[in-house]
Design a protein around this ligand. Structure first.
Ligand SMILES: O=P(O)(O)OC[C@H]1O[C@](O)(COP(=O)(O)O)[C@@H](O)[C@@H]1O
Ligand SMILES: [Mg+2]
Ligand SMILES: [Mg+2]
Length: 320
């Protein structure tokens, strides 16, 4: 099995970018180890703090954020970072050529139940036209991502990543501590009636979304043999979609603060959209390509539907 770096070199990725990806992955290996140790490593439970989005921070949210942040800020190629757990952009080396955004721990509510969790990351070229530590560094479209990936801390630790070409899957070999290529090219099937949505939000959805999910659950012939899957961790749900098709949907709803759904554009929607589209799937927000959205703020949320092309199109036709 091929190791990560030769694969990246073969894909034509520059040495500088490869070195930065290595930094992100070094942090992921440390997180993977702590996750596998669970209560033994003291990583379960909550802190007394909230992040800027009013969510209670879990100990592992804080730990994962600190590990990734420290490693990235020690890397000279990093001009700035943005994280779900940081209110604002944190400046790095003003001469660094890259910026990195990440969700250090996605699926925080799964930490304490030994469920699927992951780290999502994205890398862009730094902007020379704005200060190095400005939020505006990250005011770039998802289509400009140089690299997008996630590490899924599941039964095995997987890395799913694209550097502009195909979406590839690597498995962390715990015996030597490196990621090995285990799926050369991931392909999202064109259609699969497997839906991931938080159905408990039905009461908050608009009529179009209610009607769509009523059709799905009442087996309208278009959604023959449909089934529901919900991990409460987008990274796990999107991994299933990438592996065998289906669709992940998080619409906006009537709750204050959830008008645009819960998924953050910069470090959740954009990287996962790039991975899904580079595997032949589709990722839309109210009918618009997620990757073409011009960001308006760092922690901006967007309604999303991503996965098998036909399923995303059917959903979009019914709700926009
Ligand atoms: O179950 P809910 O509250 O509707 O929301 C679940 C969604 O929120 C998220 O957990 C947000 O991620 P964090 O755990 O990083 O805050 C998504 O991964 C997930 O799909
Ligand atoms: Mg998240
Ligand atoms: Mg998170």
């Amino acid at each position: 099995m091929k190791r990560l770096i030769p694969v990246l070199k073969q894909d034509g990725v520059s040495i500088d970018l490869i070195m930065l990806i290595r930094t992100v992955l070094a942090a992921s290996k440390e997180i993977s180890f702590r996750v596998s140790q669970g209560a033994l490593a003291g990583v379960l439970g909550s802190t007394l703090d909230e992040n800027i989005q009013g969510e209670v921070q879990k100990k592992l949210d804080v730990l994962a954020n600190q590990l990734i942040k420290d490693m990235l800020l020690a890397d000279d190629s990093v001009r700035a970072i943005a994280s779900e757990e940081e209110d604002h952009v944190v400046g790095g080396n003003p001469q660094g050529q890259y910026i990195v955004a990440f969700d250090p721990l996605d699926g925080s509510s799964n930490i304490d139940i030994n469920g699927q969790i992951g780290t999502i990351f994205t890398i862009y070229k730094a902007r020379d036209d704005v200060p190095h530590d400005s939020d505006l560094q990250f005011s770039q479209k998802g289509a400009d991502q140089l690299c997008a990936g996630y590490v899924l801390y599941g039964a095995s630790t997987l890395l799913v990543m694209s550097t502009g070409g195909p979406t590839r899957c690597f498995t962390l070999d715990q015996t030597h501590g490196g990621y090995l290529l285990t799926q050369q090219t991931m392909r999202v099937p064109e259609k699969r009636n497997e839906f991931a949505a938080n159905m408990a939000n039905y009461r908050y959805w608009n009529d179009a979304n209610r009607q769509f999910f009523a059709d799905v659950t009442h087996q309208d012939e278009k959604y023959d043999k449909s089934s529901m899957r919900w991990n409460a961790a987008m990274v796990g749900d999107v991994h299933r979609v990438l592996s065998r098709g289906g669709v992940f949907i998080y619409p906006g709803d009537k709750r204050a603060g959830v008008e645009n759904g819960k998924i953050r554009l910069l470090y959740e929607a954009n990287p996962l959209a790039m991975l899904v589209e580079n595997a032949g799937g589709l990722a839309l927000s109210n009918g618009q390509s997620i990757l073409q959205i011009a960001p308006t703020s760092l922690h901006q949320r967007v309604p999303i539907a991503m996965g098998s092309k036909l399923n995303v199109e059917l959903y979009t036709a019914a709700t926009t």
